[in-house]
Every structure is written in structure tokens, then in C-alpha cells.
Design a binder for this molecule. Sequence first.
Ligand code: GAR
Length: 233
Amino acid sequence: MLNDTIQIVPDDSSKPLRIVVLVSGSGSNLQVLIDTMQSGALPIEIVGVISNRADAYAITRAKDANIPVAVLSHITNGKRMGIKTFERHASTQLAAWQPDLIVLAGFMRVLSSDFINNAPAPMINLHPSLLPAYKGLNTHQRVIQAGEHHHGCSIHLVTAELDAGTVLTQAMLKVVPNETADSLKTRVQKLEHQLLPWTILLLAKGILVIENTLSTKYHNSLPTLPLTLFIDK
Ligand code: GAR
């Protein structure tokens, strides 16, 4: 008699994407990833969180979700941890966690090209502007001062040049009359909370494929990069 037991062999796409998230602050974007992971909406496993600030609320969010955290504080007992030391510890941690993807979600230290080029997985960064416009800090204030009509957020590959890697996805909004930097920040963060899981879903499903830090490919029936989510409110 034939053995009619059916064995289901999981293929790679059924494995969750292993993610390490780097943070410096509140971690509202980390929380969205935790929530979507826990609900099963995103096929990811957050295998670790690295914070460069001991007071980041993101640490509490990670611990509450039982995610391992490495705090590599940039200042301990008044002494500043140099970027090389930070990167040495971070590399050891990444090697232990073996991520498929590294996500910078509100991570505010500038990383060296050595660290970026030798990272064990592709690295993406969430930036609060429509890149290539408004690289760097204080993006919301600068957008208001320039009288822009549109603003938003971008997710791009991390390369040695600050905020300059290939832009994968963007979400856009209209700047409304009487807008302030604070109101824009709140509105852009709402977009970030949709854009980040959406982008990671495209990566986890293999629709968007990062081949190396300089190039990407994705399903050729889709429009050219960046894919843009336009929220016209
Ligand atoms: C986000 O708005 C992100 O775009 C920004 O930091 C915030 C972190 O919020 N990142 C940068 O400015 C990077 N240059 P969160 O800690 O609540 O996720």
C-alpha cells in the first residue's frame, strides 16, 4: 500500500523575514512593525533592536514584546562612544542575530561606509521628506519655510552618502494652509506608519528585491521606482 501521507515542505517564501531595527527615539514605527508582526499581517520576525540611546522609549516597546535589545548608548557616564566603537558592537550583535534586512526607523547616528558596506544584510532607512528633496535634519520646518505644496516620507537604501541611496517607496501629502512643523510631523508620521509595513511587505513577498546596496529589481509590471503612495488630504 502506498504511503499517502502528504508532507508540506516550507519554501523560503513561507519563512518570516528576519529583521533588526535600529532606533534612537520614541519607536512609533517600531511599534507598527511589532503590531503587524504579532497580528500576522506582516511575515516578519523582529530578531533584535539596537538603540544608541539609553532613554529611547523604543527600548520599552521592544522589551514589552519580548524582543532582544542591545543598548549601545552614545553617551555613558558623560563619555561619548565613538562611532567606530558603536559599529564594532553593532556588528557583533548583527552577526549573532543574522537578519535578512536591517531597518533604520528613527535612527539618528550617521554610519560609516565600512559599516554599511560590510553589513550582513541590506539596510533601509525611513526619512521624513520626499527624497531627494530635504536630506538631513529639520525637514518639516524647512518644507514650511520654503512654501512647498507637497511633503511626505521616503524609504531608501542606505549608502555611504547620507539620505542618498535608491528611493524604494514614498508617501505624499498636501501641505495645507496654516500648517506648522509640528502638524506636518504628526501627519507625516501617520504616513510613515503605513509606508514602512507596506514596503517591508513588498520585500518579504519578493515583489521588491534588493540585489545589493546600489540596485533593486522588482516585478516588471509595476511602475518605475519609487513606488508612491499618494494620500491627498
Ligand atoms: C520618524 O519620523 C523618521 O522619519 C525620523 O525619525 C522619526 C522617528 O520616529 N527619521 C529621521 O529623521 C532620520 N533622518 P519614531 O521613533 O516614533 O519611529
